[in-house]
Design a protein around this ligand. Structure first.
Ligand code: MRU
Length: 336
């Protein structure tokens, strides 16, 4: 099994190697990114995406800069700003950049530690999350997920989708609905591809169907990832998440958020303080709407903390529905 993102150092020089997610599900191709400029372009066109994978991309990007660039400091700034919303990117960059004074090998060692920690985080989130889902919903839960929070959003494993595959492996999953995730269709292209390969029973639905399917009693919980979780518990995730949260609240079902501690940003008070990436309207217009149609295209939205049932990380479960807070729940073990 190939990692979604990794480091390679061969005769062609050092590189970050990614699975190019813009080509999925039709073809699975590895792309070698030998410069920070190539990596930044890959991040911006979503060839590598998902908060945890972006953290690893940022760290490995600094390792690349330390080996190849005349001015690593300038590259650090460009990498850090490649996308604004997922806090993991800036954090991955900062962790590796803190080692620049110790030389390229120290930077690479730190970047590889970020990669390896991400793999361990996925396993741990799978365990904490699967236990919570079984406790809340019993042995055959029907879950709805949004965007892609699977192996493709991490090094391998996954956050919310890692919980789904962990449940499936344990024989404790009912069924899954993946929502398409307009406009770039991470659900239809990536989550469907992952679930199909893993042999997980699922159905694909348009984004707007989510709240209605919940109202009709066909979903027991929503489970999805996050790009940033604020100190007050507000969750920033792929646009469309908030609509699912409203649907879940109305239907009286849990809304579960699964993300590593590296996505929890205690320095940001609430969702109102997060920069939401606005992307090119061409993503929406495509070849469908009349050319020149004006658009508004926020890539993420904010789900207020009062709509979130629980936040599951690699080190704890925070039950917001029981009045628990991120500040108030101690970190536990990473469970391997
Ligand atoms: O624009 P993307 O595809 O990078 O957005 C990704 C998401 O919103 C994911 O749900 C989030 O990063 C969590 S992935 C584990």
């Amino acid at each position: 099994v190939t990692n979604t993102i990794d480091w390679a150092d061969g005769p062609d020089g050092p590189a970050v190697v990614i699975v190019d997610q813009t080509l999925l599900p039709h073809s699975e191709e590895l792309v070698r990114l030998g410069s920070v400029a190539e990596l930044v372009a890959a991040i911006q066109r979503l060839a590598v995406r998902g908060a945890p994978a972006l953290g690893v991309a940022g760290a490995l990007g600094v390792a690349l800069a330390a080996r190849t660039s005349a001015d690593p400091g300038a590259d650090v700034a460009v990498l850090r700003a490649a996308r604004p919303t997922a806090v993991n990117l800036a954090r991955g960059v900062d962790r590796a950049a803190a080692k620049l004074a110790e030389g390229p090998d120290a930077v690479l060692a730190e970047a590889l530690a970020v990669r390896d920690e991400d793999i361990a985080c996925s396993t741990s989130m799978g365990r904490y999350g699967a236990e919570l889902v079984t406790e809340l919903l019993g042995p055959a839960p029907r879950l709805l997920t949004h965007c892609n929070a699977g192996a493709l959003a991490c090094v391998t494993g996954g956050t919310a989708l890692g919980v789904v595959t962990t449940l499936h492996a344990a024989g404790r999953l009912g069924a899954v609905i993946a929502s398409e995730t307009r406009p770039l269709l991470q659900g239809a292209r990536l989550t469907a591809w992952e679930l199909q390969r893993a042999g997980v029973p699922f159905r694909l639905a348009v984004d707007g169907a989510g709240p209605f399917l919940m109202a009709r009693g066909e979903v027991d919980a929503v489970i999805l990832g996050a790009d940033r979780i604020c100190a007050n518990g507000d969750v920033v995730n792929k646009v469309g998440s908030y609509a699912h949260a409203l649907g879940a609240a109305r239907a009286g079902i849990p809304f579960l958020v699964v993300a590593p501690e590296s996505t929890v940003d205690m320095g940001t008070k609430s969702g109102a303080d997060v920069e939401i990436e606005d992307r090119d309207g061409a993503e929406i217009v495509g070849s469908v709407a009349p050319a020149g149609t004006p658009t508004v295209n926020p890539a993420f939205d904010v789900t207020p903390h009062d709509l979130v049932t629980a936040i599951v990380t690699d080190r704890r479960v925070v039950r917001l529905d029981r009045g628990e807070t991120l500040a108030g729940v101690a970190l536990g073990e990473v469970r391997g």
